[in-house]
Design a protein around this ligand. Structure first.
Ligand SMILES: [Ca+2]
Ligand SMILES: [Ca+2]
Ligand SMILES: [Ca+2]
Length: 275
């Protein structure tokens, strides 16, 4: 009798609640891009870390939502130069970056124009993720290109993709698409750099750097992204391949039912907290 009641509860949970993503521990920034985590033009950081890194929508300053991979996403338009500013902070760019993971879901309106998904730092030192010429790129550079690595792989417009990069303390820089590493190159600690950080675009004309070896004159509208972004996370640690894969998986309803049942029976939490 008790188990029948639990089944009913599990179905109620699935029917009444949006799917919440479980992200690996230790996130410095986590933007769910959900309506509930938006306040005016502010994208709220829900990472639970000691410091709040709320994002500010620039361009029109208006945050528009659409259906995302988990709950809602945020819509970015190229013509409005929509982008989200992550303020300078020692946890992000004004201290040296040795271990860093950045990941997000994106659905691009088009993939031919040069469009920035994420950038931190500036022309001298930095990290980024962008689309150009039907490819996804991840990039890292320091000392104006003395060390510089760009990795790329083909992507499609109009479908959700998961993108990530990992820089680790053993000087490895790896790009991931849809949970799988597509290439690895030489990385290096990125020195502190006081130049602002953006999602879905960049600040000024020379405030990131592309595979061309320059950040200027590379396109209109601050290389703003057109499409939807969801579930942005930033870590000061190198996530494992398995953790990146986990971020790229959309839970199946049947899996959710099982998880809900297990949680109802009191065994789910023990599983999820096991390292
Ligand atoms: Ca935080
Ligand atoms: Ca979301
Ligand atoms: Ca910048």
């Amino acid at each position: 009798m008790r188990q029948i009641a639990l089944v009913v509860v599990a179905f109620a949970v699935i029917a009444g609640t949006a799917v919440a993503a479980v992200i690996p521990p230790g996130a410095i920034v986590h933007y769910t891009m959900d309506t509930v985590d938006t306040s005016g033009s502010t994208i709220l950081d829900t990472s639970g870390s000691a410091t709040v890194h709320n994002g500010a929508m620039s361009g029109t300053g208006v945050v528009s939502h659409a259906g995302g991979v988990f709950g809602q996403s945020v819509v970015f338009t190229t013509t409005n130069s929509d982008s989200v500013n992550i303020p300078n902070h020692p946890e992000i760019n004004t201290s040296a970056v040795t271990d860093r993971t950045v990941a997000m879901w994106f659905k691009a309106d088009g993939t031919s124009l040069r469009q920035v998904l994420f950038e931190e730092g500036g022309g001298t030192h930095g990290l980024n993720m962008y689309i150009y010429n039907d490819d996804l790129y991840v990039g890292m550079w320091r000392d104006t290109g003395a060390t510089e690595t760009y990795l790329s792989t083909p992507v499609d417009a109009g479908v959700w993709h998961h993108a990530a990069f990992v820089l680790d303390s053993s000087s490895t820089f790896t790009g991931y698409l849809d949970g799988i590493a597509f290439d690895t190159g030489v990385g290096a600690t990125v020195p502190a750099y006081a130049n602002e950080n953006f999602i879905g675009g960049r600040n000024g004309n020379s405030d990131t750097r592309f595979e061309t070896g320059t950040g200027s004159g590379q396109g209109a509208n601050s290389n703003a992204f057109g499409g939807m972004l969801d579930q942005f996370v930033l870590y000061n640690r190198a996530l494992t391949d398995q953790e990146i894969l986990g971020l790229s998986v959309i839970p199946e309803p049947t899996t959710l039912l099982i998880w809900s049942l297990l949680a109802g029976l009191g065994v789910g939490l023990g599983w999820r907290r096991r390292k």
